[in-house]
Ligand binder design. Structure first.
Ligand code: ATP
Ligand code: MG
Length: 559
């Protein structure tokens, strides 16, 4: 029991305390409230795991609520992508809600405020409003429209609503306190006019509620017991409370808002707005480009739901913003794929090997273990013949004792196959090696039980038989940004730090068993990394994304 207590995070502590004092278990209700203005990213995964995780832990409902108050930025395709991503992570929501479903209620409440003299239509420009609000160190002053009569306010608000007033001519502001130390309380705008098509309400509305006027009330309407959001919303709490104080029955449950720290990941961005720029300006191809830190980009890259959840749970919820190194995410996917991914052979930078004592035209099929980490994974057959590919870097004419790969006069084992010895090589006029001539030991076949098959040689290489190999397109990814926090530099745009080499496309050669794979399947190319079948794969050509290398190559560079 005491052990379990220690592992509670601060959010869970809050709930446990509330269950002892103000709340009962049946009344718990959570929500995840994305704005459908882009795809979900790895930062959102933290919030998803937190809220849906609490739902599972307390057996409480979790609503998926789209905060769709800005038709200028929001689209149905983003709604669809968000739902797909949450489902992919393995969570299901209790109710699918939309702030736009509450537009009528929010409007009625706005009328109530106007009638009580707590809201007014302001016809100043946005610059004038900003000036008149003051700054954190200077007080705000009343603008010329603050004293408009209730009837004039009702009349103008009606014109805003019907579209009779030109777009942008007026806003509706709550009348709170222009001298508050909290800038958000200085008569915040709660409605604006926008003559734009909304993805759900079409052209019904010409006025749209501001996020602040919507969020707390939406939580209240859904009777959310605990509304968890990121730290920047801390000063908004006072405002949300003020709104509810004016509007609703105090007996009903008030959502309790608490804040946790935003999760940032190094060498990338976690902001839909900034990620949208990468798509719009063509730095990446799409929101689900495998270089993107979006959930859909990660999925296409080969990240499993388990690896994303383990990552999010591992970093936990905190009270202070911090930057998580991307190598932590990479660790998480390696750990998961090591257990799950079948091992196969592919050569990405080939050089030809000729086994001079192996019969021409012959192919034999050798048995290969799929995954030594998974006894259920079984075996497959790989073809072996006289002409093979190995990686260029696995051969040297001469090398020191530490080079355990192929060198002239020395032996290595070919994985799942025979021991070979390099006898000579052929070069082109520029001195590049074009062929390596080897002999093989016919008695050394892996798994054949002969003494020679057990013979130990230093070094095992992966390879493919040329005749049966399938050419595959391989997309190698590097970090999207060269700087750990590209969007934190004062005088520089994050675009200045885009890594020009974040994508390299090559042709590799793979064993024929890969033809059986389906889109999104992941395998380990032995000694090279994990690779996932991309949706752009066709009948004619398979396309693989490198999910992650086998080791953290950046850490190795730093050593
Ligand atoms: P973005 O700037 O990327 O659009 P946002 O906060 O505006 O982020 P929302 O769609 O409003 O995006 O976010 C939905 C929920 O996810 C909110 O409760 C928000 O606090 C949370 N969230 C967003 N980004 C992060 C992050 N980096 N770490 C943790 N939670 C996040
Ligand atoms: Mg937001």
């Amino acid at each position: 029991m005491s052990e379990e207590k220690e592992t509670l995070n601060f959010i869970e502590h809050i709930i446990e305390e509330d269950l002892k004092t103000t709340h009962n278990k049946e009344g718990l209700c959570f929500r995840f409230p994305p704005e459908p203005n882009g795809y979900l990213h790895i930062g959102h995964a933290s919030s998803i795991c937190l809220n849906f995780g609490l739902g599972l832990k307390y057996n409480a409902p979790v609503n998926l609520r789209f905060d769709d108050t800005n038709p200028a930025k929001e689209e149905q395709r983003f709604v669809d992508a968000i739902k797909k991503d949450i489902s992919f992570l393995g969570y299901s929501w209790t109710k699918e809600c939309y702030a736009s479903d509450y537009f009528q209620q929010l409007y009625d409440w706005a009328l109530l405020l106007i009638k009580e003299g707590k809201a007014y239509v302001d016809s100043q420009s946005s610059e004038d409003i900003a000036n008149q609000k003051g700054t954190p160190t200077t007080l705000g002053v009343a603008g010329p429209y603050r004293t408009r009569s209730v009837s004039e306010n009702l009349d103008l608000f009606e014109q805003m609503k019907t579209g009779d007033a030109p777009e942008g001519a007026h806003v509706l502001r709550a009348k709170i306190d222009l001298e508050s130390s909290n800038m958000l309380m200085r008569d915040p705008v709660i409605y604006r006019t926008l003559h734009k098509h909304h993805h759900r309400t079409g052209t019904d509305w010409k006025i749209f509620p501001m996020y602040d006027w919507t969020h707390g009330e939406s939580d209240y309407i859904e009777q959310i017991s605990h509304s968890f959001c990121t730290l920047e919303f801390l000063p908004h709490r006072e405002l949300y409370d003020w709104f509810l104080d004016q509007l609703v029955d105090p007996v009903k449950l008030r959502p309790k808002q608490r804040e946790f720290a935003r999760r940032n990941l190094s060498h990338t961005l976690v902001s839909k707005r900034k990620l949208a720029r990468l798509v719009e300006e063509g730095v990446v191809q799409s929101w689900d480009d495998p270089r993107m830190p979006t959930i859909s980009g990660l999925r296409r890259r080969g990240y499993t739901a388990a690896s994303i959840k383990n990552f999010a749970e591992g970093i936990g919820v905190g009270k202070r913003d911090n930057l998580i190194d991307v190598s932590r995410l990479e660790f998480s996917i390696r750990e998961d794929l090591n257990k799950k991914a079948n091992r196969v052979m592919a050569v990405l930078d080939p050089v030809k090997v000729i086994i001079t004592n192996y019969p021409e035209g012959e192919t034999e099929w050798l048995e290969a273990e799929n995954n030594q980490e998974d006894p259920e994974a079984g075996h497959r057959q790989v073809p072996f013949s006289r002409e093979l590919y190995i990686e260029k870097e696995d051969f040297r004419e001469e090398a020191n004792k530490k080079f355990f790969r192929l060198k002239l006069g020395k032996e290595v084992r070919l994985k799942n196959a025979y021991i070979i010895k390099a006898e000579g090589c052929v070069k082109d006029e520029d001195g590049n090696i074009t062929e390596i001539h080897c002999s093989y030991d016919p008695k050394s076949k892996s798994g054949s039980g002969t003494q020679e098959s057990l013979r130990k040689v230093k070094g095992t290489l992966h390879w493919v038989a040329i005749k049966e190999a399938i050419p595959v397109e391989v997309r190698l990814y590097d970090r999207l940004f060269t700087d750990p926090s590209p969007d934190t530099h004062k005088d520089k745009d994050f675009m200045d730090f885009v890594n020009p080499d974040s994508l390299t496309v090559i042709t590799g050669y793979a064993e024929p068993s890969l033809k059986e794979l389906a889109v999104e399947d992941t395998v380990q190319f032995q000694r090279l990394g994990y690779f996932t079948v991309d949706p752009e794969t066709t009948e004619d050509e398979m396309v693989f994304n490198r999910t992650v290398s086998l080791r953290d190559s950046w850490a190795r560079l730093a050593e």
